[in-house]
Write a protein that binds this ligand. Structure first.
Ligand SMILES: Cc1cc2nc3c(=O)[nH]c(=O)nc-3n(C[C@H](O)[C@H](O)[C@H](O)COP(=O)(O)OP(=O)(O)OC[C@H]3O[C@@H](n4cnc5c(N)ncnc54)[C@H](O)[C@@H]3O)c2cc1C
Length: 472
């Protein structure tokens, strides 16, 4: 089989690439590893994208200028970002929404309890599932060919040029190709290898849950890195959230997140606290808790609150364990009673309660307690008490392929003439570590669109110069 532009992947980045390439007149084939009912990768779990804007715009309030977006990225990545590509992403985020609307995506104002993002993030009406469905509908209407259940096992290269993709026994040739097959977060063996064994003899990654798709196995990322493509990022860097320990291994999505950490305390299986639960606003801290829990024995911890916290956080999908007293709670959780009570009593005694206000960095804090709780510290003393067991939930990994402003894959610092990359497979160029909500979709949309244009141009030049990969 032969086409002009082959797009590998079926999430946001792949769909943006396919639509842009098709708009430029290329014949486009998209290969999605998943069956139709699971199409859309991690993108189907998303809710919003971060957008630069200089004045209020439909669902976005106030302004979020380029410089502020850039400073936010600089802060969370600790400088592990490519300024040129980051600014490209930021600028694209200010202009992409009209194009998204033309392909059927609709936006809505952010709801209360969604991490206070109404100024910076545009929410998709119906969430990422509706976005993905809209893009597939538009792709179909424009004549993009889509094949499901089509996991690409390897791609064939001639030096640094793309030649063909292999799916089962089939060899699919194309003049150019966009890789948009996500990270490797679904590949538990690779996560195990990357995280290794800890000093307790545990393999922490064995206890990780994957928040999104099972189809991002990193097969092509591994192949490309083995064949000399330039890499970016570190295999142990991943966006990791503390999620309900009862969440399924894959695809638990947003509703398994436990958002009451800053309203109570978190203890490990020894009944001990291990980090300042009130260090900063929850939207700025939620993504560090997966890694913190990963460092605890058995990679398990418990978020404990009392009745005063109820109604102040997004309720998770499963009910918490409920008890009328703290000792009863410890027993129900199977925690060592003495240690748990010592921790809770010490915490309660150390609380200096000022004016509680969860919307500001308030003055409720602990004194002479290690670790401290620096804000929103209130005694846990009002029945009923609740606890949620939490485990590390991997959102996506950061290891990827190095790229440039044309989205080309690089080999030994040389850009490939016809192989491009978008989305999580290259997000590490902009986001080397850390996270700021909504930037995953900003990067995927920006580089999905750029890669689609680059791939269409490459296929056009191949046509003009008579290159035919089908014959290779
Ligand atoms: C629960 C959850 C909530 C999130 N919320 C947000 C949010 O609100 N805002 C935000 O910006 N980001 C969010 N993210 C992150 C966001 O999902 C990613 O940044 C973004 O979706 C990445 O898009 P992508 O197209 O690169 O990858 P994906 O959407 O994961 O798509 C990868 C695709 O590649 C396919 N694939 C994989 N291997 C192969 C292969 N060998 N052959 C063929 N196809 C293959 C997969 O089936 C999949 O369709 C969230 C992630 C999760 C898990």
């Amino acid at each position: 089989m032969d086409t002009d532009v082959l797009v590998i992947g079926g999430g946001n980045a792949a769909l943006c690439a396919a639509l842009m390439a098709r708009e430029r007149g290329a014949r486009v084939l998209l290969l999605e590893a998943a069956p139709p009912e699971w199409r859309g990768g991690n993108s189907m779990h998303t809710r919003n994208l971060r957008c630069m804007h200089d004045a209020p715009q439909d669902v976005l309030t106030e302004a979020y200028p380029e410089e502020e977006f850039w400073q936010d990225l600089l802060k969370v990545t600790g400088g592990q970002t490519n300024e040129k590509l980051a600014r490209l992403t930021i600028r694209e985020s200010s202009t992409c929404r009209d194009w998204m609307r033309r392909h059927g995506v609709r936006f809505q104002p952010s709801l209360a309890g969604t991490l206070h993002l109404s100024r910076t993030n545009a929410f998709f009406m119906g969430g990422g599932k509706a976005l993905v469905n809209a893009y597939y509908r538009s792709a179909q209407a424009l004549g993009v060919q889509v094949r499901y259940n089509a996991p690409v096992e390897r791609i064939e290269l001639d030096g640094n040029s793309f030649v063909a993709a292999h799916v089962g026994n089939e060899r699919i040739t194309a003049k150019s190709c966009v890789l948009a097959a996500g990270g490797f977060e679904s590949n538990r063996d690779w996560l195990r290898e990357a995280w290794g064994q800890n000093t307790r003899g545990e393999w922490p990654a064995d206890n990780f849950l994957i928040r999104g798709t099972r189809f991002n196995q990193g097969v092509l990322l591994k192949q490309l890195l083995a064949e000399g493509a330039d890499s970016i990022g570190d295999p142990t860097q991943a966006h990791m959230v503390a999620i309900d320990a009862r969440a399924p291994l894959y695809d638990g999505g947003i509703c398994t997140r436990i958002d009451c950490v800053s309203l109570g305390v978190v203890v490990n299986t020894l009944g001990e606290r291990f980090y300042d639960e009130g260090e900063d606003f929850w939207p700025k801290r939620y993504a560090i808790w997966g890694r913190l829990v990963a460092q605890q024995p058995g990679q398990l911890a418990y978020s404990v609150i009392d009745a005063k916290a109820v109604g102040r956080f997004m309720p998770p999908v499963f009910d918490g364990v409920k008890a009328d007293s703290l000792p009863e709670l410890a027993n129900k959780l199977g925690l060592p009673l003495d240690a748990f009570m010592q921790t809770l009593n010490a915490y309660n005694a150390a609380c200096v309660e000022g004016t509680f206000d969860h919307t500001v960095m308030d003055d409720c804090h602990t004194e002479n307690l290690a670790p401290p709780k620096t804000h929103w510290a209130r005694r846990i003393d009002t029945a009923p008490f609740y606890a949620y067991a939490v485990r590390p939930g991997v959102t996506f990994t950061y290891l990827g392929l190095k790229t440039d402003e044309t989205a080309a894959v690089h080999f030994g610092d040389e850009r490939s003439p016809n192989l491009f990359v978008a989305g999580e497979m290259m997000a590490g160029n902009v986001l080397g570590k850390g996270y700021t909500a909504g930037v995953g979709m900003s990067i995927g949309t920006a580089f999905g669109r750029i890669s689609g244009v680059s791939a269409a141009q490459a296929s056009l030049s191949a046509t003009n110069s008579g290159v035919n990969n089908a014959a290779a």
